[in-house]
Design a binder for this molecule. Structure first.
Ligand code: XIL
Length: 315
């Protein structure tokens, strides 16, 4: 059977995976599947601030360069993740004054985006990540508390200056359907566009869970963002299950994977879908959601699950 990347390419889409540097370096089965099945990769952690600039102005691209080299060797495109986030950002950033924090942010964006600006594989960035709370207000992160919401437009302008060709995204979770949070994101993107701020895409992380149901009005939500003139990407798809998983939960999980693929296929504004890893051997879910798991499309022994077949069938 054709690999997922062949099926996606035939539809003009990418199908991607997050990759972690340790198994990428150490496990042949991990490398083989990542290379054969996907035509896009996102670094799961290697491009985050704590990895790329652990101390002020001490940049380290070891892991990030490994991911990009792997992608280039396998004819894959790379989505940069992520420049400005409240998590996985060193404490030295968090305690800066407003003036110094803004300067650190602008320097970080210029340096990290600049490092890859001439690399044809790296085509897009999550410029800001998770800036909203669940009710649609701004998250009261150290960024917002210190700089106010202006850090968002400043970050996009800095990213555009560092790589005029990259697609620049805002990314968040629980924004796949229509709700208070996704409406706040819609209003922000609309405002940024009207102000001439360079923003090209929104990322719906899509960390789904069978026990919470499938988000409502995903197709309509994609359409309203598309009407603003931005791409819509499904950037971190996984579907976790409360363990032990029963047959009906697995069927639901298969259906959620199918639904997301179909939502992307249904819109010319959607360039592709990225799964947040591929094997249950390496998934953030059990570490983050105790007693949940089996969220990805291969089991821990690298056997394709029914979710893989669901995606292949949808594509
Ligand atoms: C997660 C990684 O998967 C974990 O390995 C890490 O320990 C924490 O971050 N939203 C995001 C991703 O934007 O960067 C997060 O990735 C998952 C939630």
């Amino acid at each position: 059977a054709d690999p997922l990347r062949t099926l996606a390419a035939a539809k003009g889409k990418f199908i991607g995976t997050a990759v972690a540097t340790s198994p990428l370096a150490n496990e042949t089965a991990y490398r083989t599947i990542a290379a054969q099945e996907f035509n896009q990769v996102t670094a799961e952690n290697a491009m985050k601030w704590d990895a790329t600039e652990p101390s002020d102005n001490q940049y380290n691209f070891t892991g990030a360069d490994q991911v990009v080299a792997f992608a280039q060797a396998n004819n894959q495109i790379v989505h940069g993740h992520t420049l400005v986030w409240h998590s996985q950002t060193p404490s030295w950033v968090q305690s800066l004054s407003a003036t110094a924090m803004k300067a650190a942010m602008l320097d970080h964006i210029a340096t990290v985006v600049g490092h890859f600006a001439n690399n044809s594989a790296v085509q897009s960035w999550d410029v800001v990540n998770e800036v909203f709370d669940e009710s649609g207000g701004y998250r009261t992160s150290f960024w917002y508390n210190t700089l106010g919401s202006s850090f968002i437009a400043d970050a996009f302008r800095a990213a555009r200056a560092a790589d005029p060709d990259a697609k620049l995204c805002i990314n968040d979770y629980n924004v796949e359907g229509i709700n208070a949070k996704s409406t706040a994101m819609y209003n922000l993107v609309s405002t940024l566009k009207s102000q001439g701020v360079p923003i090209d895409c929104v990322g719906f992380q899509s960390h789904l869970a069978t026990q919470y149901g499938f988000p409502g009005q995903v197709t309509e939500n994609v359409a309203r963002f598309a009407a603003l003139g931005v791409q819509v990407r499904f950037t971190e798809l996984d579907v976790r299950i409360v363990l032990p998983a029963d047959a009906s939960e697995i069927t639901t999980q298969n259906q959620y994977y199918t639904n997301i693929i179909n939502a992307c296929l249904a819109s010319t504004a959607c360039p592709g879908v990225t799964i947040w890893g591929f094997t249950d051997k390496y998934s953030w879910v059990p570490d983050t959601f105790p007693s949940e798991g089996q969220a990805l499309i291969y089991d821990a022994g690298y056997n394709a699950k029914a979710d893989y077949t669901a995606i292949a069938t949808a594509l």
